[in-house]
Design a protein around this ligand. Structure first.
Ligand SMILES: Cc1cc2nc3c(=O)[nH]c(=O)nc-3n(C[C@H](O)[C@H](O)[C@H](O)COP(=O)(O)O)c2cc1C
Length: 325
């Protein structure tokens, strides 16, 4: 009998397939469809502090009463947050799989305020979608690291539900960053978030949006860092994300050390129907390889468990390139 249950951030999931945060998870009815299709958990679309503020600003521009500014702003903020809390409650009412809320803020007090309300609304866990794009010439990497540390520490002091950090891949030392997050309380880490990709339209000479969706080649970086981080940091709990599109990718991420995978682009492209295909592929592969549980093969190809860890590193890259004519 094949058991595909997994433990993720202290939550028991019936399987490792998590629906990633995006516009796909903004409706409770749709979230129920993902559950019916077999998803192990759902991450709701992020509540963006910046978006709330932008909506507040646009309303303010329309008012002729400056004295109403504060009132209007607080009203918009409360309304947006309440809509999000309603989404959590309505999804929890319909679904029995874990529902993970997600927030993206830029002010320290907003992370804490949102986190507190989200826990009360009944979310099973909270994912912190931290996106800091450093551009100042006089800034150092330490400042970014300290910012992440402050956020995770303060949120952990505020809530009791598991807290997950969704990291971008633009750190000069990803394992060190992941370790810092774990030491400061992160119950799991998502490797990686995929940010807005800008492009340039050479005809209009405008900055436009690049490809919104990941493609399959993106899985390589995800696998490499899942394997290295999982092998270097004992006990760390990881979800692989970015480029997971086929059932083989799910198997690969678990072999590399992930407890779960998150999917977004594949769900936009194929709909919830892809979930049963991924699950069948995973189960059949496990049966064929004689594995009864995820734990039996999780991390067996991570950095600590393979004979030649340089396979994941630069040395291998040079060997590969120099062997090509
Ligand atoms: C249209 C769209 C909206 C997204 N919105 C969010 C979001 O609100 N919060 C978040 O953390 N990630 C968001 N993401 C990122 C995805 O959750 C995911 O990390 C990324 O797409 C990489 O996974 P994939 O390769 O399976 O697409 C979004 C992605 C897409 C394509």
């Amino acid at each position: 009998m094949t058991n595909i249950q997994t433990q993720y951030a202290g939550l028991k999931l019936r399987n490792p397939i998590i629906v990633g945060s995006s516009g796909l998870t903004i409706k409770p009815e749709r979230n129920k469809e993902f559950e019916k299709a077999g998803a192990g958990a759902i991450v709701l679309k992020s509540l963006f502090e910046e978006q709330i503020e932008m909506q507040g600003q646009s309303l303010l521009q329309e008012t002729d009463y400056p004295e109403a500014v504060d009132y209007l702003f607080q009203y918009v903020k409360a309304n947006q947050i309440n809509q999000y809390l309603d989404l959590i409650k309505a999804t929890k009412d319909r679904c029995s799989i874990p529902v993970i809320a997600s927030i993206n803020c830029y002010k320290a007090d907003a992370w804490i305020d949102f986190a507190r309300q989200i826990e009360i609304a009944g979310a099973d866990a909270l994912e912190l979608n931290i996106f800091q794009l450093e551009t100042a010439l006089n800034e150092t990497g330490e400042r970014t690291r300290d910012l992440y540390v402050d956020i995770i520490r303060q949120v952990k002091e505020t809530v009791h539900i598991p807290v997950i950090v969704k990291m971008g891949k633009f750190f000069n030392n990803i394992p060190a960053m992941a370790n810092t997050l774990k030491v400061n309380g992160a119950d799991a880490i998502v490797l990686f978030n995929r940010f807005y990709q800008p492009d340039i339209d050479i005809n209009s000479r405008q900055i436009v949006s690049g490809n919104v969706f990941s493609n399959h080649s993106d899985i390589s970086d995800t696998l490499r860092w899942t394997a290295i981080v999982s092998g270097m940091i004992p006990g760390i709990c990881l979800a692989s994300s970015t480029g997971v599109q086929e059932w083989e990718d799910v198997v690969k991420c678990i072999l590399a050390g992930a407890s779960a995978v998150q999917l977004c682009s594949a769900l936009y492209t194929h709909g919830p129907e892809i979930i049963p295909q991924l699950l069948t592929g995973l189960e059949e592969w496990m049966q064929h390889a004689n594995f009864q549980s995820i734990a039996q093969f999780k991390g067996t190809l991570n950095y600590a468990n393979i004979k030649d860890p340089s396979t994941y590193e630069r040395a291998q890259f040079m060997k590969y390139l120099s062997s090509r004519d």
